[in-house]
Design a protein around this ligand. Structure first.
Ligand code: GLN
Length: 268
């Protein structure tokens, strides 16, 4: 990690360091790097110290208002892009809606990989939307960001999307039950936004019900929903979508063999 700090603050690659191990760094830079090492020792994630995380091969700005993007979510992007490619037809633009976008990593990556697709994305947190906006600008991705608490403002997307107009609804909503905190790493618990992580134990699928209900309104007939899920609640999450009128809903494992995604419309 110290190499990554040196790379970030001094712009020195590992090779350059090995080539000139005796070189001195300016005093102010040394102070920054020492402060960063102190931060690391308090379990602060490296990505929050440098303000940057890599996702789908692109650098994303992150801060304490957004989760650090996870490798599982890269898999979600890959699955979404794959399924969207099969829906692409000349002269019929596709639309994607990303709910609970956070840093915007899903929305921006989809837009970057499929420039012809038009992407809308929302989040309850204004601070997160600012980060997402900056990530979109940085990667020249055109994403229509808007504020929306999907649990309390189901009408908000109407100003941005026509009914039945969207080919993909994607989301990585909060899904960790509060009782699962004891299983989590101190760096996550202490530094990542609880708003983006946790749901109450007595209603852990509340976001998926809201997503399914938005799908009823905005999903085009050939469209699909693809969501990241709590591995312990896979069947119950799939049932939410089946009982909302999506019988072809399936669960898929992530690369670690954990039930991690639910999708409608047989996209797996
Ligand atoms: N996968 C994340 C974690 O392990 C949780 C992401 C979420 O709640 N959407 O902390």
């Amino acid at each position: 990690m110290v190499y990554q700090l040196l790379q970030h603050y001094a712009g020195l690659s590992r090779t350059q360091l090995y080539a000139c191990p005796e070189q001195k760094l300016p005093h102010d830079l040394m102070e920054k790097i020492e402060a960063a090492i102190d931060d690391l020792l308090t379990n602060k994630p490296l990505q929050y110290i440098t303000g940057e995380a890599e996702f789908c091969g692109l650098p994303f700005m992150v801060n304490g208002s957004v989760l650090i993007p996870r490798p599982e979510t890269e898999e979600l992007v890959r699955l979404a892009v794959q399924a969207l490619r099969t829906l692409q037809r000349p002269n019929t633009p596709l639309r994607v809606l990303d709910l609970c976008t956070g840093s915007g990593c899903i929305a921006v990556s989809v837009a970057a990989q499929l420039p012809a697709v038009s992407v809308a994305a929302c989040d309850v947190s204004e601070e997160a939307l600012e980060v997402a906006q900056r990530n979109a600008q940085r990667h020249h991705a055109r994403v229509d960001f808007f504020p929306c608490d999907i649990l309390r403002q189901p009408e908000a997307p109407a100003a941005h999307l026509a009914p039945a107009s969207v080919q993909a609804i994607v989301s990585n909503p909060p899904y960790v039950r509060r009782s699962e905190q004891s299983l989590m790493q101190p760096n996550v618990l202490r530094y990542e936004p609880h708003l983006a992580l946790f749901v109450d134990d007595d209603d852990p699928l509340v976001f998926y019900r809201a997503i399914a209900s938005l799908a009823r309104q905005y999903l085009a007939p050939n469209g699909f929903v693809l969501v990241e899920i709590n591995e312990a609640l896979a069947d119950a999450t799939a049932r939410v979508f089946r009982s909302a009128g999506y019988p072809d809903t399936a669960v898929k494992e992530d690369l670690n063999g954990k039930n991690r995604f639910v999708a409608t419309n047989c996209i797996f």
